[in-house]
Design a protein around this ligand. Structure first.
Ligand code: PBG
Length: 331
């Protein structure tokens, strides 16, 4: 026994960049990436977002230019966040979102796959993701779902390829699917924010979209978004959305929830998307700005972890840089 024992050399597979590359189980591709886009009706020129290095809130005109740049970088898939100028409690004006979708699709047609976020948090005066009751103590689920289904039909009619509901009310996927089908828009897909956790890491995004909750009742989104401590709720919500007709199942945030990505991936045959959210992105960017890590290598490490965990699709604020970084990636 003793005589035949020799130490197994695991380091031969780590010896140089060529063999490390050959033996890598995870290989990234920019083809898996979606670039988020912010457009704001109330601004005249692009606005920086605190913490989101390289990301701007744009006007309709400038967003077309950004898309063109992204296409040059091999990125053709986008997730749009339209921010309307006016907020309300129950009667919302979706015409700005519709005009942004029309502008993008009439300019780029099939060269671009456009998903639009579907939520009311930039539309409501209190910043919650749906309609609230009179004393703001409760989210009105059915009323919200009805408005969202209507909003989805306007976006689909404007030419969007995919609806991405991020509100976390119950039954919205089924309601949206049947509304779209009844209007003969079966081909428009749904990417559900199915496992979306109540998180601190949406901070920079809420700044960009003016969507922080500021009601006189509910102070946070914990009655509709998932608890970070509840795995079963996340899985149940994800599988429920799949049954209701979601084509893509999203987990969000991403890097802190790789266990959820892995579990969702095991239980669904749908593609799984991981959204590396604004606060997660900003954390990397701030460390890079301090010289405490290498920006491209750090994002590549995060993306590798997401894909290793089971993500088929990655939503990242640095998507437009993915092709170049991946091509030059050091194994
Ligand atoms: C809207 C929405 C949020 C994000 C995407 N859609 C914020 C929230 O739920 O408060 C977060 C995205 C990010 O932080 O990058 N409901």
């Amino acid at each position: 026994m003793e005589k035949n024992f020799f130490p197994v050399n695991q380091r031969r597979l780590r010896a140089d960049r060529h063999i490390r590359e050959l033996s890598a189980g995870v290989k990234l591709s920019h083809r898996s990436f979606i670039q988020p886009l912010f457009v704001d009706e109330a601004i005249q020129s692009p606005r920086e977002v605190n913490g989101l290095n390289g990301v701007k809130v744009e006007t309709i005109e400038t967003v077309l230019h950004s898309i063109e740049q992204s296409i040059k970088n091999g990125i053709h898939k986008f997730l749009l966040f339209p921010v309307p100028a006016k907020q309300a409690d129950t009667q919302f004006d979706f015409s700005y979102a519709v005009s942004v979708v029309k502008a993008i699709k009439s300019n780029f047609g099939e060269d671009v796959w456009l998903a639009s976020d579907l939520c009311l948090c930039s539309y409501t005066s209190h910043g919650h993701c749906g309609i609230l009751n009179d004393d703001h103590s409760r989210l009105e689920n059915s009323k919200t779902v009805e408005v969202l289904a209507h909003y989805s039909s306007l976006l689909a009619n404007a030419g969007v390829d995919c609806i991405a509901p991020s509100d976390m009310t119950d039954g919205r996927i089924g309601a949206i699917r049947s509304r779209l089908n009844s209007l003969n828009m079966e081909e428009v897909s749904i990417m559900s924010y199915a496992a979306k956790f109540s998180s601190q890491f949406y901070g920079p995004f809420r700044d960009a979209c003016h969507s922080s909750p500021k009601s006189r009742g509910l102070q946070n989104r914990k009655t509709y978004q998932l608890s970070p401590a509840n795995v079963n709720d996340a899985l149940a919500s994800a599988l429920r959305d799949e049954k209701e007709g979601a084509d893509i199942i999203m987990v969000k945030p991403a890097a802190l929830y790789t266990d959820i990505i892995a579990k969702v991936k095991q239980q669904t045959l749908r593609p799984v998307a991981a959204y590396h959210v604004s606060g997660e992105y900003a954390a990397v960017e701030l460390l890079a700005a301090q010289g405490l890590l290498k920006r491209d290598a750090a994002h590549l490490e995060v993306w590798t972890a997401l894909q290793r965990s089971g993500a088929d699709i990655i939503i990242s604020y640095a998507a437009a840089e993915a092709r170049e970084w991946i091509e030059n990636m050091e194994f």
